[in-house]
Each structure stands twice: as C-alpha cells, then as structure tokens.
Design a protein around this ligand. Structure first.
Ligand code: CMC
Length: 437
C-alpha cells in the first residue's frame, strides 16, 4: 500500500484530542483512510452497515469504476477478455495475475480437465436430497461435502493444498451442477468427457442422455463460455466477502466456497437472474406485453414491495458493462435459435425499452444488469430457471478462490471480526421464573 502525503484529521466537538489518520493510495480508484488504530486511540468504532464506505481489504484482482461502467480483471477490460479470451484463460488470469501463453493455457486446461470427475460416492450423497430440492440447496451441500472427499487438500495455510483445491473446485463445479440438474429430472448422470472444452463439456453433461448425444452448437457454447467469463469475479461483493470472512477463520477452502454459494443464492445477489425470469413469467401470466404498464406501476409503488428484478446495481450507477456484452450475446442466441418471436423474450425486450425510458428508472440510474440478460440467454439455451444461480456459482468459483488465496497470502490478514453499535438492554438481573410477571 502506498501512503499518501495527505493525512486525515479526526476532531471531536466535545474537546477530545484530535487524531491523525494515515491515507493510502490505490493504483486507481478512491484512496482509503486507515482507521485501524481508531479504537485503541479513541475508544470509538466506525459505523457503516452495508459497507457503503468501507474497504474491507487491499486487493489487486478486480477493479470496478461504477460511474464509468468499467470492470477490469487484473487490469484487462472485461470487453477485451470477453471478445478475445475463453473462460480457461480468464481463470488462469484471475488465479495467477497474468494471461497464459499458448503452452500455459494448454497445461492449465489439461490440469482442470483431468480433475472433472467427482468421487463416485458423491451420487449417493445426492440421493439424500428430495428430487424437488432447489439446485442451490443441493450445491451448498455438495460443495461443502467436497471437504469430506478430498482430505489431502483441506489445509488453507498450505499453498499446495490451496492450489489443488482450486483446480478441483473449478474442474468439478460443472460436473456437480449437471448432477444436481439430472437428479431433479430423474435422468442418469453423465460422466465428463475430457476431449470437450469446459463449456461444451458442461452443456453435454446437462443435455445429453445415455440414449442420445448432445450436438453442441457453437453460438450456444460461446454464449455459455461468455456467461462464465462475465461472472468470474466482481470485487468485494456479498458472496466474495462471505468467502473471505469464512476463510479468515482458517476453515478449509471447500467450506469457504460453500459459504459463498449460500450467500450468492439470495435474490438481491446471484438469485436475481432466476428472480428476473420468474418476474417475466408472472407478468406473462398477468397478460404479457399489454400488462407491462400495470406492472411498472406496482414496481414504482413503494408499498407493493415489488422490484424490477434484473435492474439496478449497488456499484454500477450508469451502466453495467457486463450487461452490454450479455445483451449482445442474448441477441446472437435468440437469432441463432429463431426465438425473437417467443412471447417471453418479446416481453423482456419491451420491458427493457420501457424501463430505459421511464423517468422513475432513469432518475434513479436503474439500468438492466447482467442478470437480466443472462437469465434470458440461459432460458433460450434450455437451462431450467432454478439452475441459473448454480451456473453463476460455477462461474464465480474461480473469483472466490483467487480472492481467498489473496487474503491468505496477505501479511495483514486477520480473522474478520466486525464490531457493533450496541442498542440493546444494559446489564440487568435475571428474575427467577416464578417471580416473572
Ligand atoms: N426496481 C425498482 N426500484 C429499485 C430497484 C429495482 N430493481 N433497485 C433500486 N430501486 C430503487 C430503490 O427503491 C430506491 O428508490 P428511492 O430512492 O426512491 O428510495 C433507489 O432505486 C435506490 O436503490 P437502493 O436500494 O439504494 O440501491 P442499492 O444499491 O442498495 O441496491 C440492488 C442495489 C441491486 C440490491 C437493487 O437495485 C435491487 O434489488 N435490484 C434487483 C435485484 C437485482 O437485479 N440484483 C442483481 C444485481 S447484479 C448481480 C450481482 O452483482 O450480484
């Protein structure tokens, strides 16, 4: 961290002594005020629920400029990565800091490919779930359970263990997601086929059966790969912060990633793509395009509790650069499948247009986010809606691992332990139950 010449001075109106706080400069983006000694020197905490102004760590992986609509992985703009690289190169970049050359890419892909099978016992573990279990409930369980299968890579403080668990997680996530899907449909699981690319292999495990091969369509495989790239990392969001906090206790990498999966499930985070599609289906049931006006009225009514899912973002207040790329892919996929006239897709496109022009959304800078379009793309590919968030988890696994490894390697890392502003009862005496009124 580079210290700045400028210092912040904290003063108090009650005459308590002032405090000088160091400021550090990042390579780009806002400076941070170092408050680590605040409590020791003043006996006070800071208060920032939702981390609106708090940097929880120093990181060199992903940079977002929400006002500019910029997203960089290790310095490379997401647009260039999406157009010139595949997901395996993106994983290599996030984990190692640099893009691979031809030999490095081949070696990394080979390594990941050779870890795609899961322990045969895993299918018996899956059997304990109800057939109608939500895939994210299954994924939270399966990912956590990996720590019970791979005892040789559970020491988070051992760099070799971290490396092997990283490869295992990236390699096995598609297999697990496809197994979760097959389980809920009652179809047999398919083993991975290692001559296929990462995305094609996943699609084959999803859509082929032992009776019928799946012929991967290049446009759809590329779309899937792009979904993976665009969701691979996103700085210190809720699930990544969860992974860091969970890992900070020294727990094993599989358990820390399972915590990320659980956090991602929520509709305000990764569950938004599923929620967006469910919302479209609801509007369709209400009467489709003709009822959009009525639906938008409900969204604007604060008492209705209805939000336009797939719109808005905590950080991107002008546009989400991933949404722009996903929109492009969305049109390619709809064209390739001849689906532009599908009523649900027509509804989505009309909703997008209305929301982009409506004063309520424009004034609040609420634009479609990546999940609005990725939900549409996944539905067009044939992925069932409840599986969308599991695919997001698959793609984000590499980001979670890169962030976790960065934290463990950081000499300043400590167990995460937020403080609180206590507003409850002060110390009081327990009254024996017979005497309580
Ligand atoms: N529909 C209707 N109104 C909204 C929406 C929405 N989707 N999002 C925000 N608003 C309103 C909100 O009511 C508030 O209005 P007012 O100023 O009148 O009180 C204003 O816009 C500002 O909203 P906010 O709640 O302060 O914004 P936030 O930064 O706390 O929330 C968000 C960001 C993503 C949680 C929220 O926009 C949301 O719930 N969106 C829908 C869910 C969604 O699509 N999430 C996926 C995010 S992208 C994937 C990822 O990175 O995980």
């Amino acid at each position: 961290m580079t210290p700045s010449d400028v210092k912040a001075t904290l003063s108090f109106s009650d005459g308590s002594p002032e405090m000088q706080l160091p400021i550090y400069k990042g390579s780009v983006g806002p400076d941070v005020i170092d408050i680590r000694k605040l409590y020791a020197q003043t006996g006070k905490f800071t208060y920032d629920p939702g981390f609106l102004s708090t940097a929880s760590c120093a990181s060199s992986i992903t940079y977002i400029d929400g006002d500019k609509g910029e997203l960089l992985y290790r310095g490379y703009p997401i647009e260039q990565l999406a157009q010139n690289c595949d997901y395996m190169e993106t994983c290599y970049l996030l984990l190692n800091g640099e893009l691979p050359n031809v030999a490095e890419r081949a070696a990394f892909t080979r390594l990941v490919t050779r870890h795609t099978m899961v322990n045969e016992q895993m299918q018996f573990f899956l059997r304990g779930f109800r057939r109608d279990a939500h895939p994210m409930a299954i994924m939270t369980g399966l990912v956590g359970a990996l720590s019970a299968f791979y005892h040789d890579s559970t020491d988070i403080n051992n760099p070799t263990h971290r490396e092997i668990s990283a490869i295992r997680l990236i390699a096995k996530m598609p297999t697990l997601v496809a197994m979760a899907y097959k389980y809920t449909t009652g179809q047999p699981y398919l083993y991975p086929q290692n001559n296929l690319s990462y995305a094609s292999n996943f699609m084959r495990m999803m859509f082929a059966t032992p009776c019928e091969e799946y012929e991967p369509n290049d446009v759809l495989v590329r779309a899937m790969d792009r979904i993976f790239i665009l969701h691979a990392d996103h700085e210190q969001n809720a699930s990544t912060s969860t992974v860091r906090l969970c890992g900070s206790s020294g727990t094993n990498p599989f358990a820390a990633i399972a915590a990320g999966v659980a956090c991602l499930w929520g509709p305000a985070h990764g569950g938004a793509n599923e929620a967006a599609l469910n919302m479209l289906e609801e509007v369709q049931k209400m009467g489709g395009v003709d009822k959009i006006g009525e639906f938008i009225k409900q969204v604007k009514d604060k008492n209705s509790g209805i939000k336009l899912m797939g719109f808005g973002h905590r950080v991107y207040k002008n546009y989400d650069p991933r949404a722009k790329l996903m929109r492009e892919t969305c049109h390619e996929v709809l064209d390739s499948l001849g689906l532009h006239d599908d009523p649900l897709f027509k509804l989505a496109m009309t909703l997008e247009k209305i929301a982009l022009e409506d004063e309520y959304f424009v004034s609040r800078k609420l634009y479609p986010n990546v999940d609005f379009y990725s939900g549409i793309v996944q539905r067009a590919i044939g992925i069932p809606v409840p599986l969308f968030t599991a695919i997001f988890a698959l793609a984000r696994t590499v980001g979670w691992i890169a962030q976790l490894n960065e934290m463990i390697g950081d000499p300043e890392y400590k167990i995460g332990r937020p403080r609180q502003l206590f507003t409850g009862a002060t110390a009081r005496t327990v009254v024996p139950i017979a005497k309580r009124g």
